[in-house]
Design a protein around this ligand. Structure first.
Ligand code: ADP
Ligand code: MG
Length: 597
């Protein structure tokens, strides 16, 4: 019995499985890998899913539903033939269809799945997705982020550490994320998105233009005629990838209509969409405080990333290498399939760690001097911290001659311990002494599989006690949990103890001593900035700042001809700082590359 991976998309869904060392995509009964996320009902009580339902959207627009993923986790109800359906119910129907296809294809039972969701999905939306899986009769082993899935597929295939800008442009949504793949850890560093921007908007812009060309008022058209024109508009969009100028036809009210479109005109009528794309790209760099330089390349994901004008535009704005080796519409699906393989502990796959966020805070009890009966919660791992994570804090004895410290391990967001959930306890003994003299360090290490390792150390005696706690129903053995935690040993190191960091700091300090004037100030600023970044504990920023410091310091150090060099280095350094502001791009400059011949 295999675990399947499912990309449950707004427009299209895919299912795959890991077999014989490879991700295998499972075709539907039409032999296609993409199953439209569309559900249609008829008066006899039949339910159609996928390709047939998509066709029925034209003939029966009022009893056919699509894009329900946008309302996952909300109270929205779709009323059809007197019955109400939630977005979960409809998603379950799509999932059921995919599972049926998989069972037929694999000729075995399928009971477990990993499903991908947008990185911005909150707990409610993730739980709704899990429930949809349960409604479809499968156990949802894990929910993973779409950009992580896409990036990890690329990362495993190429085995190259890199920071991706994942540009996922689907039918109705644009999700842009920065995903860092480094030493087998895949981390979503930043996300921005527009829930109302996608391939559908291009179709609509073209459809409106075709109506105008034929003297039809778009607003006055029936939903059926709209669907018809939208369908040829989509074909028009596809054809424009190959041809510079295209023509499409359909019949509306028994009259043949024709639509003509050039690439240039297409960009003009979709200028709004292009502006929105540009704004989102700028926003992610600004919000994440990331320099464009920190990004290695752009990973194209989603059906709309197949569009040549979109590719040209992203290239034009970002000036980065575009990764287009795998079919963009399949990439999330392939990634989830691979993660399903990792989950099955498939020997062929490296054990990559996928980061996630911790949905709750975890910490311990501390003394409340105002009310001895109610101890106060001290969080060690804060809610929404990226996982896996390891954090340590020190505490001291709270009264004279205290011999024993009882560390209560708590989970929750409340001020008083009693309002939080106690999930374990560790007792340690300490030598007698005045209040506050004896210290313990408490380290919490929490991994992606929901295992918490708590380590309490008495600083004066070196006594160490450990406890493993699992947060779900998996039941790992103590030995297995120890092994899983072993792989996180690097995380447990304090940054300031890492050799490469000590080295770059020492190098910086020496260069500071040896330099003068502006250069000296620039080195000082860099050291200060790095110290600040180190104090945040943000792995991604620390690594990127480390790389920048190293490059800057080493290039200074290598210079023999200092007089000429100072200016050069400083210019380069200033340039990087300036780039942060980003320049305004003009769509006109971009369109000028497209000529009407
Ligand atoms: P989602 O992630 O929203 O489920 P997809 O990634 O499957 O969606 O993208 C669907 C969108 O991609 C549709 O708008 C479709 O028209 C568009 N699309 C797919 N292939 C192409 C292509 N070759 N050229 C232009 N648009 C395409
Ligand atoms: Mg998608």
């Amino acid at each position: 019995m295999s675990i399947v991976g499912i990309d449950l998309g707004t427009t299209n869904s895919l299912i795959s499985v890991f077999k014989d060392g490879n991700v295998v995509q499972i075709p539907n009964s039409f032999g296609e890998f993409l199953t439209p996320s569309v559900v249609s009902f008829d008066e006899k009580g039949n339910i159609f899913v996928g390709k047939i339902a998509k066709e029925r959207k034209i003939t029966n627009p009022n009893t056919t539903v699509s894009s329900f993923k946008k309302f996952m986790g909300t109270d929205k109800k779709y009323k059809i033939f007197g019955k109400e359906y939630t977005p979960e119910d409809l998603s379950a129907m799509v999932l059921k269809q995919l599972i049926e296809d998989a069972k037929k294809y694999l000729n075995e039972e399928v009971e477990e799945a990993i499903i991908s969701v947008p990185a911005y999905f909150n707990n409610k939306q993730r739980n709704a997705t899990k429930r949809a899986g349960n409604l479809a009769g499968i156990k949802v082993e894990r929910i993973i982020n779409e950009p992580s899935a896409a990036a990890s597929y690329y990362y495993v295939k190429t085995a190259e550490k890199q920071t991706f800008l994942v540009f996922d442009f689907g039918g109705g949504t644009l999700d842009i994320s920065i995903v860092d793949a480094f030493e087998n850890i895949i981390e979503v560093v930043a996300i921005v998105g527009d829930n109302h921007l996608g391939g559908d908007d291009f179709d609509l812009a073209i459809a409106k233009d075709i109506s105008k060309q034929n003297g039809l008022d778009w607003k006055e058209l029936s939903s059926q005629n709209k669907e018809k024109i939208l369908k040829i508009a989509e074909s028009c969009k596809f054809l424009l990838n190959i041809e510079k100028e295209v023509m499409v036809k359909t019949v509306v009210e028994e009259k043949e209509i024709e639509g003509k479109m050039s690439r240039k005109h297409f960009i003009e009528i979709s200028s709004d969409i292009f502006y929105k794309i540009k704004n989102l790209l700028n926003k992610i760099l600004r919000d994440a405080e990331i320099l464009a330089d920190d990004i290695d390349n752009v990973l194209l994901v989603g059906g709309s990333s197949n569009m040549t004008v979109v590719q040209d535009y992203i290239k034009y704005i970002t000036n980065k290498k575009l990764l287009y080796n795998f079919k963009p519409d399949m990439l999330v699906g392939l990634g989830v399939g691979m993660i399903a393989g990792i989950k099955e502990r498939n020997e062929k796959l490296t054990d990559i760690v996928m980061t996630d966020v911790c949905p709750f805070s975890m910490g311990i009890n501390t003394r409340n001097r105002a009310n001895e009966m109610e101890s106060i919660f001290a969080p060690i791992i804060q809610r929404n911290t990226t996982l896996p994570v390891s954090r340590v804090m020190e505490f001291s004895t709270s009264y004279d001659n205290q011999r024993e410290i009882v560390v209560k391990i708590l989970q929750g967001e409340n001020y008083y311990c009693s309002d939080n959930l106690e999930i374990g306890q560790i007792k340690v003994t300490v030598p007698k002494g005045p209040e506050g003299k004896e210290k313990i360090s408490v380290r919490f290490t929490y991994d992606i599989n929901g295992i918490l390792e708590v380590e309490v150390k008495v600083l004066s005696t070196g006594q160490v006690k450990k406890l493993y706690i699992q947060s779900d129903d998996t039941n790992y053995s103590e030995e297995k949990m120890q092994k899983m935690m072993e792989s996180l040993k690097d995380l447990k190191k304090d940054y300031k103890e890492k050799e490469e960091i000590i080295y770059v700091m020492e190098l910086g300090k020496r260069l500071y001593e040896e330099s003068m004037g502006e250069l000296r100030q620039a080195i000082g600023d860099m050291i200060k900035q790095f110290e600040y970044i180190l104090s945040t504990g943000d792995d991604f920023k620390i690594r990127k700042t480390y790389e920048r410091c190293l490059k800057f310091f080493e290039s200074i150090d290598e210079s023999n001809n200092r007089d000429e060099f100072d200016d050069y280095i400083l210019d380069e350094f200033m340039k990087e700082e300036d780039e942060e502001d980003g320049e305004e791009d003009d769509l006109d400059d971009f369109t000028s590359g497209y000529t009407d011949e």
